[in-house]
Design a protein around this ligand. Structure first.
Ligand SMILES: Cc1cc2nc3c(=O)[nH]c(=O)nc-3n(C[C@H](O)[C@H](O)[C@H](O)COP(=O)(O)O)c2cc1C
Length: 313
């Protein structure tokens, strides 16, 4: 049985709902030997910032009993280098390319989005398909991360919408009491979709040395340990907003993908699993079609958001 895997996230159309997550797939070149890019729904390369950044002091990753902890700290070569060296490659891979950006102020976010928009207008072939805003980064004027404050998050989405025509995805942090008001604000400000979740803040300790293990002291937890948290947040946000959701967090199997889809995600991103199985993303696309076919489902969109919660007395 042939299964239609195409999904729409606002103005962004994807061949299938399986993307790879920012920071876990490099700029794709690194993965070319392992993945047939044309099979994927899309690629989100590592976050790019206005200027080059060296990132945090080492060690920047540590394996814990409950998942991977990282404090890379947005190490990247800046937007000029990105546009010149990575965008031409990423835009020719035969799959959707979602640029992921971060900045210290709303104005910087808008300027970067403007640069991406300008690049598209000048390029002779369609290049960048959408922009994902990494809102899990500090807002210089207020100190807190953009994604922990509904107003700040909305302000960035609005500014980016005004400065470029690309579909906008707001990637939100789980490190708040309730993601719903922030997702609502992002949606109201014009986000085409929200992606949930970025890493959960954590810490690893070397008690003999009386020191944190990571050079930056704190890091972000990812991998299968965070999947139940991500599913909870996707499900809660799906009840609260009308915009499509991209589910992220510990996805490694076809069942994981389908759990996120029935909980309300219209697409998913595979992150940490790429590190221990670099070809997992393309395997999941094949497996998804097979699993849906076995269930007699002919379109993936028929399962999105189909979970019904138990009635509580
Ligand atoms: C080593 C590493 C680097 C990451 N770098 C970024 C990044 O640059 N930008 C971003 O938006 N998310 C980044 N993330 C977060 C992932 O995209 C993803 O949201 C998170 O890891 C949860 O998914 P997972 O459990 O499948 O890894 C990074 C994650 C890891 C493990």
């Amino acid at each position: 049985m042939s299964v239609e895997l195409g999904v729409e996230l606002g103005r962004l159309r994807l061949r299938n709902p399986v993307l790879v997550a920012s920071g876990t797939f490099g700029y794709a070149r690194e993965m070319a030997a392992f993945v047939d890019f044309t099979k994927l729904g899309g690629i989100v390369p590592k976050t790019v910032t206005p200027l080059p950044r060296t990132g945090n002091p080492p060690p920047r990753t540590v394996e814990t009993s409950g998942g991977m902890l990282n404090s890379i700290g947005l190490d990247n070569d800046g937007i000029d280098y990105f546009l010149e060296n990575h965008v031409p490659y990423l835009s020719g891979l035969g799959t959707a390319f979602v640029a992921n950006i971060a900045a210290r102020t709303t104005e910087e976010f808008a300027t970067m989005a403007g640069r991406l928009g300008e690049h598209i207008r000048k390029a002779d072939r369609p290049g960048i398909d959408a922009v994902e805003l990494n809102l899990s980064c500090p807002n210089v004027s207020g100190g807190v991360d953009f994604g922990t404050n509904a107003e700040r998050a909305a302000e960035v989405v609005r500014a980016v919408r005004e400065s470029c025509d690309l579909p906008v995805i707001a990637k939100l942090t789980p490190n708040v009491t309730d993601v719903r008001p922030i997702a609502e604000a992002a949606a109201k400000a014009g986000a085409d979709a929200v992606s949930l979740i970025n890493t959960l803040q954590g810490m690893a300790v070397d008690w003999r040395a009386r020191k944190p293990i990571l050079g930056a002291n704190l890091g972000g937890l990812s991998g299968p340990a965070i999947k139940p948290v991500a599913l909870r947040i996707v499900w809660q946000v799906a009840q609260a907003v009308d915009v499509p959701i991209i589910g992220i967090g510990g996805i490694a199997t076809v069942d994981d993908v389908l759990q996120f889809l029935v909980a309300g995600a219209s697409a998913v991103q595979v992150g940490t699993a790429n590190f221990y199985n670099p070809s997992v993303s393309s395997t999941l696309v094949d497996g998804l079609a097979a699993a849906l076919g076995e269930e007699g489902v002919s379109r993936v969109t028929d399962v999105i958001g189909t979970l019904t919660a138990n009635e509580l007395g």
